[in-house]
Design a protein around this ligand. Sequence first.
Ligand SMILES: [Zn+2]
Length: 484
Amino acid sequence: MKRVAIYVRKSRKDENSSEDKSLELQIDTLIRIAEKHNYSYTIYKEIGSSVDSNRTEYQKLKDNIQLGIYDNSYILAKHTDRLSRDLLEALTFKNLLEKHHIKLHTPDGIFDFSLDDVDFANNIQLMLNQQEYKKTRRKLLKGKVEAAKSGNYMSSVIAFGYKRDPYTKQLLIDESKAPIVRSIFKLAVGGIPINEITRIINQKGYRNQYNRPFSSTAMKYIVKNQIYIGRIVYCSTSLGEEVIKDEAHEALVSQEDFYKVQELIKTRITGYGRRSKLGLKSPLNSLIVCGKCHYPLILDKDYQYKEPTYYTKKCHKCGGTVGQKVSIVEKAVFNALDEYNDQILNEINSLDSFTIDDVKEKLTYDLAHLQKQLRKVKVKDDNLLDLYLNGEIEKSRYRSRKDDLDEEAASLNQSIADIKTEIEQQSVESKKEQMLKLYNQSKMISSLSLHEQNHLFSLLIERVLLTKTEKYSVPEITIVWREL
Ligand SMILES: [Zn+2]
């Protein structure tokens, strides 16, 4: 009769449940196996600590194996993972069994370590790799967060206007590029819209780090980048930490100016979205802003006249621009459009693939970045499932984390789809087509409906600046055209 060892211990999953029940169940199962094969058995029943060195029964079992008591026999256990949670220990134990020609008998089958059990070896290898991978990845992330805390700049792309000190890893001002950044912010503080800034900067002959004209997407990144106020922000979603470090390097822009620019960007987005309760009153609806503070001006009906007549109300924000009849502004814009049409035609003819390549390059870079993030979410999703299946987290926790990850993935997928569409639209031909369409529409603007006119103007015009300081003074009207 073969003498075998039955080894039982709680799994992590069982730790909250009644201990005896789980252990007795394991013992029952294993005794049945022993009886079926006509083995005589000794039971090693682990009750106490889960730390390997404190597991007295496990140590006793190992001692007995070394004494040769179980040579050429079996160890009965519920699962290979019951023997050790520590991989190194599991491997040592496996070698011990191999040396004494002991097989592991579980309800799932017999593991013979002297044979090349590919499955088992693979499993161990896989677990090892995964553990190593997780550890390394965590270390890497932790390192990045720590580096941000100490003010080292770790992004692989250096912000325009800076260079990296190879020794301290901190950012230094690149005086060959810094004046361009300062000019950009100076324009932005003055309320000049991004597209217009891009045009002005490129016209001055300034070029980006790849020696190409700036795209407005890149320009948007610049005016929003907190790097320029000397701040480093590193956000690690995996570690759930956001590190902000001020005075990490010399600022190129004052905080005051920077936040003013952010405010201006925000007002422009929110300000234009508003729709008046009186409906559409002018082809210039939501395009007219105060020339002093760039705050949107509200149109109102003037009841003195029989015909519907509208005027702009006094600027709500600064009060610097007083009321003005809208028809005067409309007339000025329609006149300007006539001249602008020639410019559109010129642009269509001079359209080359150069600027489009630049925009495309940036978009492609963004796309790759988003796709990388999506892959990361998928890895996290896999790891989470592992944790759950290994019984290391509760179902409720798994569900809530899973929901978060699903949401993150959905929003990334949406952004990826958006960028893909944008890239598709960035071909020279479609750009030409778009501009020709605009040109044809603006040539026949007087025959369009009020809504169509308003739509066309919002495609062509970023905003109309209106300045009028006193009731009878001549209004100053400046049209800021969009970059086509
Ligand atoms: Zn104002």
